[in-house]
Ligand binder design. Structure first.
Ligand SMILES: *Cc1c(COP(=O)(O)O)cnc(C)c1O
Length: 394
């Protein structure tokens, strides 16, 4: 099948919910992808922060294949080793107490919201179900996580949305306090707003927010769906912000490309969700859990140190190019936003880069780079050369 035939097939039989780039991808290795025609692309996207250990990582392939050959699925009504072992690894490395596994970021966040509401219900009864979230945030595409998302563009068509979310300005404790009331049970935030444009939260704001949560007995819910699993140079971003969340959600990078997500709760919240109150058929699937275990083994402390160094390298090189169309960079580790300036749009620049063999993402007004965490220096340099050559000419 060639590109044109694939595009026609897709248009004929699939709901056109994605504004796709005019590129198909057929296979990959490391941080390098190939389309049906065999053209090579350097990948600064990892899907959208999903293929954390690159494509066809041998250790990941081995773990997935071995578990698929052993047991592909078992209902959560039974004990299974991959589930429990993965939970142990995540708890040990995060300092949190217990895990629940789901299948996606939105579903993980739904679990986190349910946990916060039940924590409050158990202690205070009804009427305390409101979660404060931040403007410009992104928490998912279900009706409830859309309501949680602090961007008006997402609050269309699908009425009625779920009640119980109030938005405050990111970075402003005054704004959070103005949104507060006796009906609040939690604050939920991303430490770096990903879809919103790669916007890191101010450390002092995060610390003040954590204090306010402790004072009012609100749970501090951190959405690490994008920032988690080594993306920022520590296993979770909260470890660099030096706060202790009550619950953390994760998904994207956790299983290196397979659909997986979940939440981790601290000691105080580990027993809030009791038998029958929360469940999911596929959550904790053994193949996905084995993949996640392999991902976490690959992303050991040494690999995480390298993530921080690679991020610094990419940012210094891009800023050093002094391109007219790009401004300052921001982010942590290999979660990088690059300001677009000079009247260019991020989408147009991204399309040009792709044409020339470098895949990048956009977010807000910025270019967003989320390369595989295992990307090599050679692959980074190849990508940077394409970036410089292409954008020097616009
Ligand atoms: C991607 C993302 C989600 C949604 O994850 P899905 O797996 O697409 O449901 C939620 N929160 C954040 C911060 C994300 O980046």
């Amino acid at each position: 099948m060639n590109h044109q035939a694939l595009v026609e097939l897709d248009h004929q039989y699939t709901m056109q919910t994605y504004g796709r780039f005019d590129i198909d991808i057929d296979r990959g290795r490391g941080a390098t992808l190939y389309d049906l025609a065999g053209k090579e692309y350097i990948d600064f996207t990892s899907g959208i922060g999903v293929c954390s250990v690159g494509y066809a990582n041998p250790k990941w392939v081995e773990a997935v294949s071995a578990q698929a050959a052993r047991l592909g699925h078992i209902s959560n009504l039974f004990y299974s080793r991959p589930y429990a072992e993965l939970a142990r690894t995540l708890c040990r490395r995060s300092g949190l107490a217990a895990a629940f596994f789901a299948n996606s970021g939105a579903e993980a966040n739904e679990g986190m919201i349910k946990l916060a509401r039940k924590y409050s219900f158990d202690k205070y009864g009804k009427g305390r179900g409101t979660v404060i979230t931040l403007r410009n945030s992104f928490h998912g595409r279900t009706i409830t996580t859309l309501a949680a998302t602090g961007q008006d563009v997402f609050h269309n068509y699908f009425f009625p949305f779920t009640d119980g979310f109030r938005h405050a300005d990111a970075g402003s404790l005054d704004s959070v306090q103005a949104a507060a009331g006796h009906d609040v049970c939690a604050v939920m935030l991303e430490l770096i707003q990903g879809e919103g444009g790669v916007l890191p939260m101010d450390r002092d704001f995060v610390h003040a927010l954590a204090e306010l949560c402790a004072e009012r007995d609100w749970l501090l819910l951190v959405d690490e769906v994008q920032t988690g699993v080594g993306r920022t140079g520590t296993l979770f971003a909260f470890q660099q912000y030096e706060v202790e969340p009550d619950v953390v959600s994760f998904a994207k990078g956790i299983a290196g490309g397979l659909p997986f997500g979940g939440i981790l709760a601290g000691q105080r919240c580990r027993d809030v969700l009791t038998p029958g109150t929360h469940a999911t058929t596929f959550g904790g699937n053994p193949v996905c859990a084995a993949a996640a275990q392999a991902v976490l083994e690959i992303l050991d402390e040494e690999a995480l140190t390298l993530v921080a160094e690679k991020g610094d390298y990419l940012r210094a090189r891009i800023e050093g190019m002094g391109l007219d169309c790009l401004g300052a960079t921001r982010g942590l580790g290999l979660m990088i936003g690059v300001e677009v300036r000079g009247g260019h749009t991020n989408r147009a620049l991204a399309a040009k880069l792709m044409e020339n063999g470098l895949l990048v993402l956009t977010a807000g007004q910025a270019l967003r780079l989320l390369p595989p965490l295992t990307i090599t220096k050679e692959e980074m340099d190849k990508g940077l050369a394409i970036l410089e050559q292409t954008l020097r000419a616009v």
